[in-house]
Design a protein around this ligand. Structure first.
Ligand code: AMP
Length: 423
């Protein structure tokens, strides 16, 4: 795989000297442009400005991009522009690691493609086959799918990918983490060799690099910012606390925060249910819960009630940490520190999306020191430690342990000149 790389360390929208192109200059077709105008986007984001012309030309692409950079539109707009008339068998296949991401991507495609005569189909597990089979029979141009259910349909010969023109593998590193690679490879073998291929991945571990070698031909490589760093619009801090005071601190934080939508992450499904139940018994309910032990119907309802604002708090496991576009999340709270440092960046990426500023708060207890250190190594800097004013902390050794290792430069530890409370 040889590739031409466009690397942008800084978001050009932040630099008034940089001329941003306009959507109309990128070569998109008028129906797609009309839909984009209706969305109210002013200018393309950097990844869109770089990817759209190359994808319109039919180039393969490998993209590393932070969440909230407008990645979905970057591939959706040119792919839709290149599909003219409707046909009976799928010409574009987009693979997503989770059902929620698949739903979100198809919703964006339908919005951008509303003036085109194309048919879209969503295929994921956890729901019956009946409606999916009906949709297949009706003919479809664009399929957005999770790998397992798609493979079921292909193996049962409900349809085939012989007419496929474009394959998009989104969140490839997430697919790898979730154990989907064998399915992805089987699907790849069922696609025609002559096709346009796009691969998006926040990180490129060796297995993804090998996949890219076989999947892509002379791709253009686009990377916006360093995937390891949270967007600059996110203020994030660590709140050390004794394990026994964790929930009390959460409630205290919620009381002090001027929030309208808070996403709370826990490490386990049981933890998510427990925190939600406890919060329901405070004045902060009603609370929505999202994790993979919930039925598809419950997952949809939880996401909807949070998006609609019916529930101002959503408690979730990492299933929603990546990619899910819940616009306008005012705060992210990590009730537990994620074990995987990349998940920290993805979790807090739910706030501060598309350049809005956001706040992310991480509660930190003694047993999590190694996770915290690996996050700080991963993002290459210490995260501010803060304490909650007016909260009656019990003294705990956690306050000393949590100090970031001093570098030669100045100490970037507890901010605002405060020491953690003592007994
Ligand atoms: P994504 O990174 O694809 O998940 O997109 C993040 C959010 O940015 C979504 O809510 C999009 O609707 C929004 N978005 C995408 N492109 C633009 C744009 N050019 N201007 C403003 N918002 C955008």
């Amino acid at each position: 795989m040889s590739s031409e790389t466009i690397e942008t360390e800084k978001d050009p929208t932040e630099d008034p000297a940089t001329q941003l192109p306009e959507f109309k200059d990128l070569g998109l077709n008028p129906e797609v442009l009309r839909a984009v105008e209706e969305k109210g986007y002013n200018n393309p984001t950097p990844i869109q400005a770089q990817a759209i012309p190359a994808l319109l030309e039919g180039r393969d692409l490998i993209g590393g991009s932070q969440t909230g950079t407008g990645k979905t539109a970057a591939f959706a707009l040119p792919l839709l522009s290149n599909l003219r008339d409707a046909q009976k068998s799928p010409r574009v296949l987009i693979l997503e690691p989770t059902r929620e991401l698949a739903q979100q991507v198809i919703a964006q495609l339908e919005a951008y493609g509303k003036y085109l005569p194309l048919k879209f189909m969503l295929l994921h597990g956890g729901v019956g086959y009946g409606r999916q089979l009906d949709a297949i029979k009706g003919g479809v141009d664009i399929v957005v799918a999770t790998p397992g259910r798609l493979l079921d349909h292909l193996q049962q010969k409900n349809f085939n990918l012989k007419k496929l023109e474009v394959l998009v593998l989104d969140e490839a590193d997430r697919m790898l983490d979730m154990g989907f690679m064998p399915d992805v490879r089987k699907i790849l073998r069922l696609c025609p060799d002559q096709r346009q291929s796009l691969l998006f991945s926040a990180t490129i571990p060796p297995a993804i690099e090998r996949l890219a070698e076989t999947m892509l031909k002379d791709p253009i490589a686009i990377s916006i910012g360093r995937g390891r760093q949270p967007a600059e619009t996110i203020q994030h801090a660590i709140y050390p606390v004794d394990d026994r005071q964790k929930f009390d601190l959460l409630v205290h934080l919620l009381e002090k925060l001027d929030y309208h939508s808070v996403l709370i992450f826990t490490r386990t499904k049981v933890g998510a249910d427990t925190i939600a139940r406890w919060l329901e018994s405070t004045e902060h309910g009603p609370v929505a819960v999202l994790h993979s032990n919930r039925t598809q119907r419950e997952r949809d309802a939880a996401l909807k009630s949070f998006k609609d604002g019916q529930c101002e708090i959503l408690v979730a496991t990492d299933i929603v940490a990546r990619g899910i576009d819940i616009s306008d999340v005012s705060h992210v709270v990590n009730y537990d520190i994620p074990e995987n440092p990349e998940d920290y960046v993805h979790r807090i990426g739910r706030t501060g999306r598309a350049s809005r500023s956001g706040d992310a708060i991480t509660l930190f207890t003694a047993g999590e020191i190694e996770f915290l250190q690996s996050i700080e190594r991963f993002i290459g800097k210490a995260i501010d430690r803060k304490q909650m004013p007016d909260f009656e902390y019990n003294w705990s050794p956690i306050f000393e342990q949590s100090q970031p290792k001093k570098k030669k430069k100045r100490n970037r530890g507890f901010n605002s000149g405060t020491n953690m409370p003592r007994r």
